[in-house]
Unconditional design. Structure first.
Length: 264
């Protein structure tokens, strides 16, 4: 690896453009932006816009900010080139085909950002110390951010006209990330931290009064009980995503430099 971490951002949308701009201006000590990769041309990119094969030649780290399907598209190409892949669309890592292959992939590493939630360090520690009896993750967002094409017209109408909180989904982590690929990647972050999908159940609520996106993680472990409630403002440009997310990705990049944050 060269002295500074050479970063390529894949996906120059709401999250990727903020991450790219801030890495380009040197905000992450020890990291430099060498290229952006995007499906369509980027006006005034903060570094050269390349296709992925060209970008990989000068990269130490690829940061995916493009959606779950793109993780599947690029993961083999990136890690087989010896480049690490930091995933924002973490839900892709729960896909049965990919999750089964993850331990064999390399020599580059597949890493996940904590994204719009926190507390994963403590959950990972509790997982080492005996594991979990149960983990319930309850997310609440604005109804408009949760409408999906696969929904029945009646469900869409219910979301459009709701006057009080509505339970939109209750189920397993795998179902959650497949049905809400742009809203519940955080579930995969929690599953990765606790090392299993088994104890984890997910509930998703639409609340017309919600001005913030709430993620509540309630875990009962052998070593203790943990309750984290995160209340994020939604991104102005994409109300599905929390505005904190690009800054979480920047924090994750920072942890991979030779000048990582002091709290481990
Ligand atoms: N882990 C977490 O907490 C969170 C994760 N996310 C994930 O981040 C993803 C990105 O979110 P946004 O930036 O808000 O979406 P966005 O729609 O604004 O940006 C996506 C960008 O990816 C580009 N893109 C699509 N396919 C591509 C391809 N094959 N190659 C290169 N570029 C491609 C698009 O042109 C677009 O510029 C979401 O889809 C979601 O999966 C979002 C919020 C929180
Ligand atoms: O930003 C959030 O609140 C969570 C999110 O969209 C995701 O995990 O995909």
């Amino acid at each position: 690896m060269s002295e500074s971490l050479r970063v390529v951002i894949v996906g120059h949308g709401v999250i990727g453009s903020t991450v790219a701009a801030r890495v380009a201006t040197g905000e992450v000590v020890g990291a430099e932006l060498v290229a952006v990769v995007n499906r369509s041309p980027v006006a005034n990119p903060p570094a050269q816009q390349l296709d992925l094969p060209a970008a990989l030649k000068g990269a130490d780290l690829v940061v995916e900010c493009a959606g779950q399907p793109v993780v599947h598209e690029i993961v083999d190409q990136v890690v087989s080139a010896g480049v690490d892949l930091l995933v924002t669309s973490v839900g892709a890592l729960l896909d049965p085909e990919l999750s089964g292959r993850l331990p064999q992939l390399g020599p580059g590493r597949v890493l996940a950002t904590h994204g719009a939630v926190g507390g994963l360090d403590l959950l990972a520690a509790a997982s080492r110390g005996g594991g979990f009896e149960s983990v319930l993750m309850r997310t609440t967002k604005q109804p408009g951010a949760l409408i999906r094409q696969w929904m029945e017209p009646e469900q869409i109408e219910l979301l459009r006209t709701a006057t009080e909180p509505v339970l939109v989904f209750s189920g397993t982590p795998n179902e959650a990330v497949a049905l809400f690929p742009e809203s519940l990647n955080i579930v995969a972050g929690v599953a990765t931290a606790i090392g299993s999908v088994e104890p984890l159940r997910v509930e998703l609520y639409a609340d017309p009064a919600a001005t913030m996106s709430t993620h509540r993680i309630q875990a009962r472990a052998q070593l203790g009980e943990y309750l984290f409630e995160v209340r994020n403002f939604p991104s102005r440009d994409n109300p599905r995503s929390s505005a904190i997310t690009p800054f979480s990705v920047l924090h994750s990049i920072s942890g991979l430099t030779q000048h990582p944050p002091a709290v481990l």
